[in-house]
Design a protein around this ligand. Structure first.
Ligand code: GLU
Length: 303
């Protein structure tokens, strides 16, 4: 890939949506934004493209429903917030998509569901069946049961895993960050925007820094990690801002975004992944089929 390609030329697209786009701390769910997003999704589906959504926002929405004060939450508080927020989030997606007669199916995944082979195959079969019947899987990490040692913690890498798992050929990360700069733009006035990234080199990784916005878990760091996972499996990735309504139409119309080229083809990469995943995920220990440990913050990439 040497240039931007119309979204209509992709076959299966995973769209990751950051919490800050969906939830306003005071007003709660941003319904008008969600409705517009669902119109974009409906347009893609009308072109015959399979669409999967990885939606953040459970914790943020739960906080807003429960009227919790700002500041850090204890693990059990954020899990309770996620439990409350996830119901509201799934209902909101379902209602918005149903305006175009699209059915939504909720999938809540933990790290073990994508990293342990038997569970990976189960999760993949369910997602594939949803796609086959024309539904849109609405995916999130199962925050209510995932504890710090065995969780993704950010939906950027989860979305990349979902993309590789389902043989998607495009992953779009929508957040309040419009793409990759040579340095964090709020710190360095000379930072320049990168529109095309042919390969994620150590120099590109160094540009990512560690910034995260207030409502979300991932910053540029997890987005580049997601890019490594996705592109290694032949899936292109776009980082774009979702702050305006209809962000997918905006990308189509040339809105600023960073495009990462894939490095193989989805099908062969997927086969390789199935064959080699457990051996390659060096930090992951599987005991009697159960994932028992993954060091927090460890890369999920093969060494
Ligand atoms: N799973 C978290 C939630 O739905 C979001 C994680 C993230 O922001 O990446 O609240």
């Amino acid at each position: 890939m040497t240039s931007r390609k119309p979204l209509g030329r992709y076959r299966r697209i995973v769209i990751k949506i950051g919490s800050a786009l969906l939830v306003d701390r005071k007003a709660g769910l941003k319904k008008a934004w969600l409705d517009a997003m669902c119109t974009d999704i409906s347009d893609l589906k009308a072109k015959g493209i399979d669409v999967l959504v990885v939606s953040s926002g459970a914790i943020a929405l739960g906080r807003s429903v429960l009227d919790l004060p700002s500041g850090a939450l204890k693990l059990e508080e954020s899990q309770a917030a996620a439990a409350v927020g996830q119901i509201a989030l799934a209902r909101a997606w379902s209602e918005s998509l149903s305006r175009d007669e699209i059915v939504a199916g909720q999938i809540l995944l933990t790290l073990g569901d994508t990293e342990e082979r038997r569970r990976y195959l189960n999760a993949r079969a369910t997602i594939n069946q949803l796609l086959k019947i024309g539904a849109v899987p609405i995916i999130n990490e199962n925050d209510t049961v995932a504890t710090s040692e065995i969780r993704y913690g950010d939906n950027d890498r989860l979305a990349a895993r979902v993309a590789t798992m389902t043989g998607a050929d495009l992953l779009i990360l929508l957040s309040d960050i419009d793409g990759l700069y040579t340095a964090p733009p709020h710190l360095d006035p000379n930072a320049t925007f990168l529109e095309m990234i042919a390969e994620i080199t150590p120099e590109i990784e160094a540009m990512a820094g560690g910034a995260a916005s207030e409502l979300s878990r991932g910053g540029m760091r997890t987005k580049i990690d997601a890019g490594k996972i996705a592109t290694a499996s032949g899936c292109a990735m776009i980082i774009a801002s979702g702050k305006t309504d209809n962000p997918l139409s905006a990308i189509e119309n040339g809105a600023r975004s960073s495009w990462f080229a894939p490095s193989g083809t989805p099908v062969t990469a997927r086969k390789t992944w199935i064959a080699g995943q457990l051996q390659r995920a060096g930090e992951l220990h599987v005991d009697d089929g159960a994932v028992v440990a993954l060091g927090a913050g460890k890369s999920l990439l093969p060494a």
